[in-house]
Design a protein around this ligand. Structure first.
Ligand code: PGA
Length: 222
């Protein structure tokens, strides 16, 4: 089985104390070659969590960015500043940021040329700007149907397979080898069926990733 990617998106669920405590618990996470684990804390705690996890295989990534280079962008997050604190990947266009920020196309056109890797979230296949994706950047795609996010309602495996195979067939026609994750109410009870699918290269987990035991079960379900 190919290595699966597991991303924990902590959103803004956790306080400073809780984020640090979860990061310290993750020091004990038993990972194997079968998984590649990433977590995405609130921006305010990104640096501290990254430092705590620096001795592990867990990658700490940003939940969003608003610009590539330094510029007048009050309240924004730039790729350059993320790199300054050794954060080398960001979620882009999560549905919760899509409603208030730049189009995915415009931010991707800025960060792809600078070589900043990202996890691009989409709900409809036509939201994926296939023409500007490439294989040089370790891009990750994540199918996240909005109705499944934070609702406890997971997409059925048939639905996930249908969307993922559509995206994968488009990618393969373009000669691109980009992993496609699923996100939306993934939890310890449904993760195995989802991760067992050959069409699914991993999962993007929100709520359940903020509870160590649940996240551990998901990581160890493979
Ligand atoms: P959820 O969030 O697992 O809480 O549904 C998924 C996401 O928003 O990435």
């Amino acid at each position: 089985m190919k290595q699966k990617i597991i991303i924990g998106n902590w959103k803004n669920y956790l306080s400073h104390k809780e984020s640090i405590s979860l990061a310290n618990s993750l020091l004990g996470l038993d990972t194997s070659d079968k998984t590649r684990v990433m977590v995405s804390p609130n921006h305010l705690y990104l640096n501290e969590v990254n430092q705590i996890l620096s001795t592990t295989d867990i990658e700490v990534i940003s939940q969003n960015l608003t610009s590539a280079e330094s510029k007048s962008d009050t309240g924004g997050i730039t790729a350059v500043n993320l790199k300054n604190i050794s954060i080398n990947r960001s979620l882009v266009a999560h549905s919760e940021t899509r409603i208030r920020e730049k189009t995915p196309q415009s931010i991707l056109l800025e960060i792809i040329p600078m070589g900043f890797p990202f996890v691009l979230c989409f709900e409809e296949i036509d939201q994926i700007p296939f023409d500007i994706l490439n294989d040089n950047l370790e891009i990750i795609l994540a199918y996240e149907p909005v109705w499944a996010i934070g609702t406890g309602e997971t997409a059925s495996i048939d639905h996930i397979n249908e969307i993922h195979s559509g995206v994968k067939s488009k990618l393969s026609k373009l000669g691109l080898n980009i992993p496609v994750l699923y996100g939306g109410s993934v939890n310890p009870s449904n993760c195995k069926e989802i991760l067992d699918s050959d069409n699914v290269d991993g999962v993007l987990v929100g709520g359940a990733s903020t509870k160590y035991d649940q996240f551990q079960e998901i990581v160890n379900s493979i």
